[in-house]
Design a protein around this ligand. Structure first.
Ligand code: ATP
Ligand code: MG
Length: 200
């Protein structure tokens, strides 16, 4: 069966840690497609320092340009209301009933899965994948995976090397006038500079 890796996030902005995680998981899974889906941020949650949906989408597209496995989707930013992963997976399943869906998450997201909207729907539609987001390895993740399995989830934990990068680090570095070339792809760095993003 065709395997599709589904990777959601705010991507404000997308960075090398995201790309590394998605690529490594796609390799390990043998996924033929990686769907990068920036989430819609509702107006009342729009914090300062959040780039517009179109800027976040544009940076995702630039970041993965040239790698045919990647596809950037505006499915969540186009859909009204909050971006629920359960709704997204339902929609992807409808579009492509024969594909196997794998939801890619980092540790901080994975450990909160039970609090997401309709976790059972998520568990029934996708294998939930996670990798550590610290240098301590996957012990905490494996414990959490055990708990989720008892609730019906199929999980896949991989000890993928962790790149210590976050979007928060990128935004503060830009604001401080520091170099971000080791955090984001060159095209994203250029986009941030040319569009004066994250300066305040
Ligand atoms: P912010 O600092 O604004 O919260 P972020 O770097 O956490 O940004 P998100 O868009 O919030 O990025 O994360 C999207 C997904 O990518 C989440 O599942 C998160 O756990 C994962 N992720 C982000 N950075 C890394 C990283 N360096 N290594 C592994 N997973 C990561
Ligand atoms: Mg985050």
């Amino acid at each position: 069966m065709r395997k599709i890796a589904v990777f959601g996030g705010t991507f404000n902005p997308i960075h090398n840690g995201h790309i590394h995680l998605a690529k490594r998981f796609a390799d390990l899974l043998g996924a033929e497609k990686i769907l990068v889906i920036p989430t819609r941020v509702p107006p009342h949650k729009r914090a300062r320092g959040l780039a517009s949906a179109s800027d976040r989408l544009a940076m995702c597209r630039l970041a993965v340009e040239g790698d045919v496995r990647f596809e950037v989707s505006d499915l969540e930013v186009r859909r009204g209301g909050p971006s629920y992963t359960a709704d997204t997976l339902r929609e992807l399943r409808k579009r492509d009933p024969d594909a196997e869906l794998y939801l890619i998450t980092g540790e901080d997201m994975f450990v909160t899965l039970e609090q997401w909207h309709e976790p059972e729907t998520i568990f029934s539609l996708a294998t939930v994948c996670a990798a550590p987001r610290n240098s301590a390895g996957s012990t905490a993740l494996l414990r959490c995976a055990g708990k989720l399995k008892r609730k019906g989830a199929v999980t896949r934990i991989e000890n993928i090397a962790y790149l210590p990068i976050s979007s928060t680090m990128v935004r503060s570095a830009v604001k401080a006038g520091k170099d971000i070339s080791s955090y984001v792809p060159h095209a994203v760095e250029r986009y941030i500079r040319e569009n004066h993003l994250y300066l305040e």
